[in-house]
Design a protein around this ligand. Sequence first.
Ligand code: URA
Ligand code: CA
Length: 433
Amino acid sequence: MRMVDLIEKKRDGGELTTEEINFIIEGYTKDEIPDYQVSALAMAIFFKDMTERERADLTMAIVNSGETIDLSAIEGVKVDKHSTGGVGDTTTLVLAPLVAALDIPVAKMSGRGLGHTGGTIDKLEAIAGFHVEISKEEFVDLVNRHKIAVIGQSGNLTPADKKLYALRDVTATVNSIPLIASSIMSKKIAAGSDAIVLDVKTGAGAFMKTAEDAKELAQAMVRIGNNVGRKTMAVISDMSQPLGYAIGNALEVKEAIDTLKGNGPKDLEELCLALGRQMVFLANKAASLEEAEEKLREVIRSGKALEKFKEFIADQGGDPSVVDHPEKLPQAAYQIEVPAKEDGVVADIIADEIGTAAMWLGAGRATKESDIDLAVGLMLNKKVGDPVKAGESLVTIHANREDVKDVVEKIYANIRIADHAEAPVLVHDIVTE
Ligand code: URA
Ligand code: CA
């Protein structure tokens, strides 16, 4: 097989065979096929697309380029959740104990990464003593006994994706549905769960800016998952404004605790229930989505979900008393209010820009080397659709520096007040095939 012939075939709209796709990904992983040929192929895929079969084959070729996680020692149906990324997205911290409280095993492998705030692991490390440096054996044992554990990313998972993603980044080929879908799904499949619930975000703070694009991506990923034998569903959710009120690490831990107590922000609770009911259903713990949702509400009401969170924290060395005493979480030195300049209704809180303001405070990493400040971030006091009077606080800045003029300006530039506005629809669509 010659790579040049495969590039030509795709350039002319042909369909690559399973063997051809395996040849390309194996050759690229081993540095036998050069970047310039793979970038030409990526551009051909960008314009000519891939069939469903090609997409599934590409995903599995990427999975097979490295190690995979074997969760077979864990009893029950393992359901993973993945979000395509947003601002102030605290759902994992809520969903993991919520679902585990229904005896569904949550075996979560998580990363740190870049962004407006840290990843799930960074957030959890705001709890004194909590750590994810546990052995594989301990991880499996915790999930079997208590149904929940989080471990840091280890091993050589999907090396082909790392190379391909970096190459796409510099060849204007990131924005291709078959390439995005196979990239995301390969990582989820390599992580070993039996079923996958996807939260595909749409809006200013999302990778996919329009609901149509988000739906196309969701469908592509759901089909890949189902075609390779992992039950997969997707929820398409709004990310035009940040999720919940908190954007920051310790602030989001507190928000997750509030939500597990049944006192969280309405939108965060609604999304957690929308995702959670799919997870419960895919785990065969309910006969219908309605029954699944009722079970989730019941473990919030009874306090079982909160108890599960405490157990989880204690299991991994953390101090569970933060649940009853959130003031023990890292606190920023300064709290600065940002008052509204006029009366009206909040019409826009541009998610990605507000997320960047939180990053400027130190809540997230701009580069891999950046340090993160777990205490800082933003608390929204208003959401889109809320009436506001001049002088009322729109946002409380939690900072460890006294001068926050840059952040205040960024906030004013990205919160719009109008005469009329309505809260956006949170859950746009559910994709099951
Ligand atoms: N996120 C991924 O992991 N891969 C992509 O290709 C795009 C977004
Ligand atoms: Ca939040």
